[in-house]
Design a protein around this ligand. Structure first.
Ligand code: PAF
Length: 281
């Protein structure tokens, strides 16, 4: 049975009681609209910890005024059923006042891996993510937290946040869950029409082709240019970026290091991101 708490005090009381019993607690932070990708994060958490807490909070601080905060899918009752089926022990579902009370005036800004990529198009995004994730860690005090590799830059930023602030939380990155045709699971896929879904399903194939070209020694600039054109030819309207980066630091990619090819592209009103691994040569 998944217990539900809405206040930080109730969350802390439950987690501290578990920790006093010597139980390891894992946190999976989410914004709800849960899908198979989220469930895989919960499974990873439950495999490594005795208790799993899932937070469901649509964080206004990571949305720009022009973005989809109001439209973002909210389906708490359905989400709670999914938590129940996944065997999650506790859902933390605070409202905005609980997380950002009147007068809240602090923001955390992580350097390093937040440079470029998403930040070039969503300048306030990682400050919003880092601030809410740090708060969730301080509120929950988990031993472990699980994040999806689908939001690869976010995963690197959260790891850096913990390292730089000495937050005693182990961060586990969990592989992206995809549909049969390779489309990465995302809450924003719900915005796509049937025609747009067909287009979106090309994205991962294009990335994999680019990654294997790099692994085979192809020139980076021309491979990225070809991938960008392929995304447009597939039917996307705008490519925000398609870039190869080093997988640990997100510094520019070096042929002898493990890398990632990361993409963000817009299809109608929906912005999709994805990434794939590039093996070191
Ligand atoms: O990945 C997400 O859903 C969000 O960015 C997170 C980590 C829950 C912070 O709001």
């Amino acid at each position: 049975m998944t217990a539900v708490v809405e206040t930080i005090a109730a969350l802390r009381a439950q987690v501290r009681a578990w920790r006093a019993e010597g139980l390891k607690v894992a946190l999976v932070p989410t914004m709800g609209a849960l899908h198979e990708g989220h469930v895989s994060l919960m499974r990873a958490a439950l495999n490594r910890a005795d208790r799993c807490v899932v937070s469901i909070f649509v964080n206004p601080r990571q949305f720009a005024p022009t973005e989809d905060l109001d439209k973002y899918p909210r389906q708490l009752a359905l989400d709670l059923e999914k938590l129940e089926r996944a065997g999650v022990h506790l859902a933390f579902t605070p409202d905005v006042q609980e997380v950002y009370p009147e007068g809240f005036a602090t923001s955390i800004s992580v350097g390093g891996p937040s440079a470029g990529l998403e930040t070039d198009f969503r300048p306030a995004f990682f400050d919003g993510v880092a601030t809410v994730v740090a708060k969730l860690f301080i509120q929950t005090e988990p031993g472990l937290a699980v994040f999806g590799e689908k939001d690869y830059q976010q995963l690197c930023v959260v790891k850096k946040l913990c390292r730089d602030l000495n937050l005693p939380v182990e961060i586990l990155g969990s592989p992206t869950i995809r549909d049969a045709e390779g489309l990465a699971m995302s809450s924003r896929n719900a915005y796509l029409s049937a025609h747009e879904l067909d287009i979106a399903r090309q994205l991962n194939k294009i990335l994999r082709k680019a990654a294997s070209a790099l692994e085979g020694g192809a020139d980076e600039a021309s491979t990225m240019a070809a991938a960008r054109q392929a995304v447009l030819d597939a039917g996307f309207d705008v490519v925000d970026y398609v870039e190869a980066r080093e997988s640990l630091t997100l510094a520019p990619w070096q042929k002898d290091r493990e890398g990632r090819v990361l993409v963000a592209a817009r299809l109608g009103k929906t912005r999709l991101i994805d990434n794939v691994e590039v093996a070191a040569r």
